[in-house]
Ligand binder design. Structure first.
Ligand code: CP
Length: 305
């Protein structure tokens, strides 16, 4: 079998040319999706395996939808009913699946570096659908594609992530991709949820006050807050978090053009006030639609040759 070198493990190795080519192709798929037209069967005969070791709604189903629309055969690896429960290792499991001549594996795993490890193990194309706190490259691609499709000029815009920066794979993949696209990135959140060296490591602004971040940003991207951060003592409680870092309508009065992204799932009333659901600057459901289109473009790019 031939070892593939063409994977999507992170956004760090994507050139601006690659990204713009993906966006242009994704625009074609977006238009077909929105007008209920079929996709070309470019992946007919290809087999794509989905192995999600963590929960997912958006990533798994939008990838599956894109793959099926392109004519691929889709297999789901169910961790609970697999032989992992008999003690088979991750390595043996994927060596076994590799022997079935699958064309690509879409992997979500709690281990940072899980997708890179898999790419060294199998001969097939590996697509990282989120690995620990490391990378979620298709989330960054769909976020940037949503903005590129919405704004006449994306380069030069300023985007600020708000929330749990320390544990976020969305931030790490976003910082690398936005840098390639000349979008300025900053982070904002409580000091307990921001790695101390992030400003030096990435040369980005860090805000501890939401109002200052909103003064700076054209686009604000809150992140999901997990309950376990309270037990870990990193935030006092969710009410206090919302008071200091939750985006509310009154914040947007000063910034009526600010766009709002969120990777989902959203904790309404914690990261964002529920009223934000009704305003046109909220692009959260548009991100989901763009996610199907960019994943179709990516599958075509990686698999159709
Ligand atoms: N944004 C994201 O990865 O959502 P899911 O966990 O639902 O896939």
């Amino acid at each position: 079998m031939m070892k593939h070198t063409r994977h999507l493990l992170s956004t760090e190795h994507l050139s601006a040319q690659d990204v713009l080519a993906l966006f242009r192709r994704a625009q074609f798929y977006l238009s077909r999706l929105q007008t209920h037209q079929e996709f070309p069967s470019l992946l007919s005969g290809k087999v794509i395996l989905f192995a999600f070791f963590e929960r997912s709604t958006r990533t798994r189903l939008s990838f599956e939808l894109a793959a099926k629309k392109l004519g691929a055969t889709v297999l789901q690896f169910h961790t609970e009913s697999s032989s992992l429960g008999k003690g088979e290792t991750f390595l043996d499991t994927f060596r076994t699946l590799n022997a079935m001549y699958i064309d690509a594996i879409v992997l979500r795993h709690a281990l940072s570096g899980g997708a890179a490890f898999l790419a060294q193990t199998v001969d097939t194309i590996v697509i990282n659908a989120g690995d620990g706190a490391h990378q979620h490259p298709t989330q960054a691609l769909l976020d940037a594609f949503t903005l590129w499709d919405q704004l006449p000029q994306l380069a030069g815009k300023r985007l600020c992530y708000v929330g749990d920066i320390t544990h976020s794979r969305v931030v790490r993949s976003g910082i690398a991709l936005y840098r390639t696209l000349n979008v300025d990135v900053a982070v904002c959140g409580p000091p307990t949820l921001i790695p101390p060296m992030i400003a030096e490591a990435f040369n980005i602004p860090v805000f501890y006050r939401l109002e200052e971040a909103l003064q700076w940003a054209d686009i604000v991207n809150p992140l999901r807050i997990q309950q376990e951060r309270i037990a870990e003592g990193l935030i006092p409680d969710l009410k206090a978090y919302f008071k200091h870092y939750g985006i509310q309508l009154h914040h947007l009065e000063q910034h009526p053009d600010a766009l709002i992204l969120h990777p989902g799932p959203v904790n309404w009333g914690i990261e964002l006030a529920p009223e934000i659901q009704q305003i046109p600057q909220n692009l959260i459901l548009s991100q989901v639609t763009h996610g199907v289109a960019i994943r179709a473009a990516l599958l075509e790019w990686l698999l159709s040759q």
